[in-house]
Design a protein around this ligand. Structure first.
Ligand SMILES: Cc1cc2nc3c(=O)[nH]c(=O)nc-3n(C[C@H](O)[C@H](O)[C@H](O)COP(=O)(O)OP(=O)(O)OC[C@H]3O[C@@H](n4cnc5c(N)ncnc54)[C@H](O)[C@@H]3O)c2cc1C
Length: 472
């Protein structure tokens, strides 16, 4: 049987149910990736993430070649032509069945329904699977049979219902004597990609082997101190595996399995670092479930309906200062400069800058959400939307609106010595830790570092008032 595996955000061999099932059932497999510059732009995918995607496609092509499976790239104008493209390819190559792993988000779900319909009309079978989360999205429900909108009970249920069989991801891709229908075309494919980011890509080596190496290194050297170190951005105490999870270079099941193995398969006892790290992976699952169960999230709407009434401000200069890391608040600026230098930002700082943006600046969270997607290498719609809505108190299980991080306190608490600030704001590298978190005027002048764009106390009260008015 000739089959086609449509790769999307699952660019790996291990724990890839679509590929595994095709492998078992086929004599000839065509692996296909549909590339659309227009669609990537529509979804605000960043230049660095596209760069990383292309590098990972090259790596996937090599891995598939070792199994006698060619990777074919199809050029697309956007989701709307995917059905026609796949149908045409399938007919031309006498494909019987098309396999894929599901993606979440309204546009993706609509696309997949259309693609299935077109293929079925041509008598081509469609088989789809779930690989993005441990439980099929939407299956974990509250006692009232509703989807969860609060993390802690979601996690409790997630653990209660857990069975080790879920992590049965072992599969031996022994070389099968597939006939190779077509040669890969990646070498001659025109990605029409122009690099506009400034990140040194040695930071983000592509490929499944690298993702596994990172996981192994983190579990061996860092996870036991994760609970203690995860909030201090200079310590590099987290895994930095998010870009690999976002494109599916590694699966969440693989991450959970390897972490559990180290913890005698315990979720709530043993190493606090390991249980805390698994919690974070469950947060990722929580937001994917929110995206699946509440389509309004895909439509740019806030989770809390009352928050539609908030009167957001807009000030071009403040917005530009925030983007450029020139707000005059060192921890905010260092974080934003980490984003432009590395395409990635530490989690604690994502919360700090998002809260500063939506509360102190009182700017619409959707602007910040889009800017993050346009700049992150790990841009993931569900987690990014969840993080922005949490920070702006418009989301599920969000921070209460009156809980507003003070960036200077956050800085003294989590970057005590000011080393993170010094790393990303060289202008401030000679300042003592006693002044670096909020340099006095003369130091700012001397270091050529900007004045604060706003008054923290006043802006805090302004935000609380705006939320109060919207609520009433
Ligand atoms: C405003 C904001 C925007 C965010 N945008 C994204 C995004 O676009 N893509 C993204 O993957 N994460 C996002 N996050 C979540 C989190 O910041 C990153 O997942 C984390 O910093 C990635 O670094 P790491 O791999 O070292 O994480 P680790 O601490 O090692 O955690 C392991 C994995 O758990 C998951 N995870 C960790 N924290 C969270 C969280 N709070 N929510 C959901 N999943 C989590 C990630 O997949 C992460 O790779 C955002 C958070 C906020 C507050």
């Amino acid at each position: 049987m000739k089959t086609l595996v449509w790769f999307r955000s699952d660019l790996r061999l291990e724990d890839n149910p679509a590929l595994k099932n095709a492998f078992i059932e086929s004599d000839e497999i065509h692996a296909v990736f549909i590339y659309s510059k227009v669609q990537l732009k529509r979804h605000n995918e960043s230049n660095i993430k596209i760069d990383f995607l292309i590098r990972n496609l090259n790596s996937l092509e090599q891995s598939l070649a070792s199994l006698n499976i060619p990777l074919i790239l199809l050029n697309s104008k956007g989701f709307e032509d995917n059905g026609v493209l796949l149908n045409q390819y399938a007919i031309e190559n006498s494909i019987n069945t098309v396999y894929w792993n599901n993606q979440f988000g309204e546009d993706e779900e609509i696309r997949d329904k259309k693609v299935s319909k077109i293929l079925k009309e041509s008598n081509i079978q469609v088989k789809n699977f779930d690989d993005q989360v441990v439980y099929k999205p939407g299956t974990l429900k509250t006692g009232q049979n509703q989807p969860y909108s609060v993390f802690t009970p979601f996690k409790r249920k997630w653990i209660e219902n857990f069975e080790m069989d879920f992590l049965d991801i072992d599969f031996d891709y022994h070389k099968k004597n597939f006939s190779v229908g077509k040669p890969s075309n990646i070498k001659n494919f025109n990605f029409d990609f122009e690099k506009t980011h400034f990140v040194e890509m040695d930071l983000w080596v592509p490929g499944e082997d690298e993702a596994k190496r990172r996981l192994e290194d983190f579990l061996k050297n860092k996870v036991n101190n994760y609970s203690k170190n995860r909030n201090d951005p200079i310590l590099e105490g987290t895994s930095r595996i998010s870009p690999y999870l976002a494109l599916g270079i590694i699966s969440p099941k693989k991450c959970i399995l390897e972490a559990l193995k180290l913890n005698n398969f315990e979720f709530s006892s043993g190493s606090i670092g390991i249980t805390k790290w698994i919690d974070e992976i469950v947060w990722r699952e929580f937001y994917k479930n929110i995206l699946f169960s509440f389509p309004k999230v895909s439509r740019g709407q806030p989770f809390q309906d009352y928050s539609k009434k908030i009167e957001w401000r807009y000030n071009e200069e403040e917005f530009e200062a925030w983007k450029a890391g020139k707000t005059g608040f060192p921890i905010v600026d260092a974080a934003m400069r980490q984003l432009s230098n590395e395409g990635w930002m530490h989690n604690r700082l994502r919360m700090v800058v998002a809260m500063f943006f939506t509360k102190n600046m009182l700017h619409d969270w959707r602007l910040g959400e889009a800017f993050f997607m346009q700049n992150l290498i790990d841009g993931d719609f569900a987690s990014n939307n969840g993080g922005w809505q949490w920070s702006s108190s418009t989301g599920t299980d969000a921070a209460p609106y009156f809980r507003i991080f003070n960036p200077i306190t956050q800085s003294t608490n989590f970057d005590k010595e000011g080393l993170f600030i010094k790393k990303y704001i060289p202008e401030l590298k000679d300042l003592d830790k006693s002044v670096i978190h909020d340099p006095p005027k003369e130091h700012r002048r001397y270091c050529n570092y900007p004045e604060q764009i706003l008054d923290l106390k006043e802006s805090r009260l302004r935000a609380i008032e705006a939320f109060k008015v919207a609520k009433s």
